[in-house]
Write a protein of this length. Structure first.
Length: 287
C-alpha cells in the first residue's frame, strides 16, 4: 500500500508525521473521504471544492492547485492498483512548535491514503440500522461551521461513544435549537407524506456529497425533496428514515430511540434510491 505524504510516496510502515504537526496537536486541518467505484473516483470535483472551501474558511493554504491535487489523488489510486476503495485526503496546518500559533507552521502537510473498503456489513442494508439520538450537539454554524470538514471531530467522536454505550452503531445529533442535524458521519433523510425531507444547511450539517447525489437522484425519479428543519418527533413518525455518506452510501434506519420506523424494515423508497445510487456511482465517476 502506497501513501502520498508531502510530495513522496511511502509505504504504510513509513507513513509518519511529526508529533509537532498541528493536525495532531490541535486538530488544525481539513479532510475528505472519497470513494472509488470500479476505478472511477466518485464526484471528485465536488470533493475538491468542499476541501478547498473548508481550507479557505480556516485560512489554510493547500500547497497544490485543485488540478494538481486531483492528479496526485488519481496517481495514488493508480499506484495502489485498486478498483473499489476509500480515499482519505488530509491537509493539516503542518509542523510548528507547541504553541497554538498557526503562523509558525511553514507548510501544510498533505496526505492521501487509499484503502480497501470497510463499510457497514451487507446484512445491515437488508435489515436496516437501529439508532438513537444523543445529548452531544452539532456545533453552531456561527462558531465553526459544520460545513468545514475539519480535523476537529470531537463531537462526532462523542456521538459514536454515546452510540456504542447504547449498543447501536450510529446516532443522530441535534443542533442547539433541538432540530435534527446529522449523524456522526452521515446526513439524514426522512420520507413522510410522499416527500423526502433533509435538514437544510443552516440547521448545521456537513454539505454531504452523497446527500446531494441522493437529492439529484430522488428528483430524477420524480420525488419531491424538501430541505426543511425537522424534529425528533418527525423522525419517530416518518414512514422511512435513512442515512447517506461516502462510506455508508444509503442505509435504512428502522428504529430510532426505540420507536419502530414504518413497518420496521427498509422502506421501498429508500431501497429505490439505494438501487439507483449504486447504478449511478460508476457513471458519475471520473477516471
Ligand atoms: N456529515 C459528517 C459529519 C460527515 O463526516 C460526513 C462524511 O463525510 C457526512 C455527513 C456525509 O458526507 P459525504 O456524503 O460527503 O460523505
Amino acid at each position: 500500500q502506497w501513501i502520498f505524504l508531502n510530495d513522496q510516496y511511502v509505504t504504510k510502515e513509513n507513513a509518519k508525521v511529526s508529533v509537532y504537526d498541528h493536525g495532531f496537536l490541535y486538530g488544525d486541518g481539513v479532510f475528505e473521504g472519497i470513494r472509488v467505484y470500479s476505478g472511477n473516483i466518485f464526484r471528485m470535483k465536488e470533493h475538491m471544492k468542499r476541501l478547498y472551501n473548508s481550507a479557505k474558511s480556516i485560512l489554510l493554504t493547500i500547497p497544490y492547485t485543485e488540478d494538481e491535487l486531483t492528479e496526485i489523488i488519481a496517481n495514488t489510486v493508480e499506484k495502489n492498483n485498486v478498483e473499489d476503495a476509500y480515499i482519505r485526503v488530509v491537509v493539516s496546518r503542518g509542523v510548528g512548535d507547541l504553541g497554538l500559533d498557526p503562523y509558525k507552521c511553514a507548510k501544510a502537510s498533505v496526505i492521501v491514503i487509499v484503502e480497501p473498503l470497510s463499510i457497514f456489513p451487507k446484512e445491515l442494508y437488508e435489515t436496516g440500522l437501529e439508532i438513537i439520538t444523543v445529548a452531544t450537539r452539532r456545533n453552531r454554524p456561527d462558531v465553526l461551521s459544520p460545513k468545514v470538514k475539519s480535523l476537529n471531530y470531537l463531537n462526532n467522536v462523542l456521538v459514536r461513544i454515546e452510540a456504542h454505550l447504547a449498543n447501536v452503531s450510529e446516532a443522530l445529533m441535534l443542533n442547539d435549537q433541538g432540530y435534527v442535524a446529522e449523524g456522526s458521519a452521515d446526513n439524514v433523510f426522512i420520507f413522510k407524506d410522499g416527500s423526502f425531507l433533509t435538514p437544510p444547511g443552516y440547521v448545521g450539517a456537513l454539505d454531504g456529497i452523497t446527500r446531494n447525489a441522493v437529492i439529484d437522484i430522488a428528483k430524477e425519479l420524480g420525488y419531491e425533496v424538501k430541505e426543511e428543519p425537522f424534529t425528533r418527533h418527525d423522525v419517530y413518525t416518518a414512514d422511512e428514515v435513512f442515512l447517506t455518506g461516502t462510506a455508508a452510501e444509503v442505509i435504512a434506519v428502522v428504529k430510532v430511540d426505540g420507536r419502530v420506523i414504518g413497518d420496521g424494515a427498509p422502506g421501498v423508497h429508500t431501497n429505490r434510491l439505494l438501487a439507483k445510487f449504486r447504478e449511478r456511482v460508476v457513471m458519475d465517476g471520473v477516471k
